[in-house]
Design a protein around this ligand. Structure first.
Ligand code: SAM
Length: 263
């Protein structure tokens, strides 16, 4: 069996090597370990078993670019399930990068997908908000100027406007300095944009709609001397229903899908 077919069979729901029962047991075990590190709702809801990029309106374009050799960075990759999906789609792992604050989440990903010796995407531990070149930044400085596409799933909503802008500016720094570079994402948003108190996310969080996201990227552009065209839309998804039980939930909650393209 070649390495790629082994990897495919490990990840396939019909895999004999990774039966549904084994998969369920492994998933619950990694979920418990990860939830003990930090109780993100996405971990509690086992969302690391699904991909989000595939639901994104820009996915076909991104996939075509990757097939043409583009690089992609998964920001706040957690278990790096998105990158593993792209390997299944035939994208060479040498084009794929991810980073996360929590090295244990990266490790849990290798344990869950049982591919430590096979999955060769570059996964880095580091704090996106740490000063470039500092110890906290880890290996993130190596990403500067290298990415054609940066994907941020359930990531930017961790912060309020000012810190979110600092994070977005760092993501811009990771992109190639060329028109057509893309930063895209999906996150908790709202019909009514604004700051919300989110104790679990460390204080407050900004819930965007499409208009506020355009304004946000205008500021990011001005402060990085770049220009970004932003498209997006709000969707009602299962995730919204799953989060309705939280004290911070609101009927206006939606999932915001957005794509910012460098002009
Ligand atoms: C809500 S989870 C989303 C995980 C994944 N992108 C997904 O959609 O399933 C947010 C992730 O961002 C990571 N994260 C939080 N703060 C970070 C920071 N300052 N630098 C890098 N990663 C961070 C967390 O460790 C976590 O894995």
């Amino acid at each position: 069996m070649t390495k790629s077919s082994y990897l495919k069979s490990c990840l396939s729901p019909s895999s004999k090597l990774f039966t549904p029962i084994a998969k369920a047991t492994a998933s619950l075990s990694q979920r418990s370990k990860a939830f003990a590190v930090y109780a993100y709702p996405c971990i509690g809801q086992l969302r690391f078993l699904n991909t989000r990029l595939t639901h994104h309106p820009s996915y076909p374009t991104v996939l075509a670019r990757l097939r043409g050799g583009a690089t992609l960075l998964d920001a706040g990759c957690c278990f790096a399930q998105e990158l593993r999906h792209l390997v299944r789609e035939g994208i060479p792992s040498t084009q794929l990068y991810g980073f996360d604050l929590e090295p244990r989440f990266i490790e849990f990903g290798y344990d869950l997908f049982r591919d430590r010796d096979l999955f060769q995407a570059t996964l880095l531990a580091g704090d996106v908000l740490a000063e470039p070149g500092s110890k906290g930044s880890g290996g993130l400085d190596t990403l500067v100027g290298e990415m054609d596409v940066v994907f941020a799933s359930s990531f930017l909503h961790l912060w309020d406007w000012a810190d979110m802008k600092a994070v977005a500016k760092r993501l811009v720094a990771f992109t190639r300095q060329i028109p057509g570079a893309v930063v895209l994402g999906r996150q908790l948003g709202s019909l009514t944009a604004g700051s919300r108190s989110m104790p679990m996310e460390g204080g407050s969080s900004y819930w965007h709609n499409v208009e506020s996201m355009r304004e946000f990227w205008k500021e990011v552009g001005e402060e990085t001397e770049t220009r970004w065209g932003v498209e997006g839309g709000l969707r009602e998804e299962e995730e919204i229903t799953e989060n309705m039980g939280h004290a911070w939930a609101e009927p206006s909650m939606r999932i915001l899908y957005w794509t910012a393209v460098r002009q």
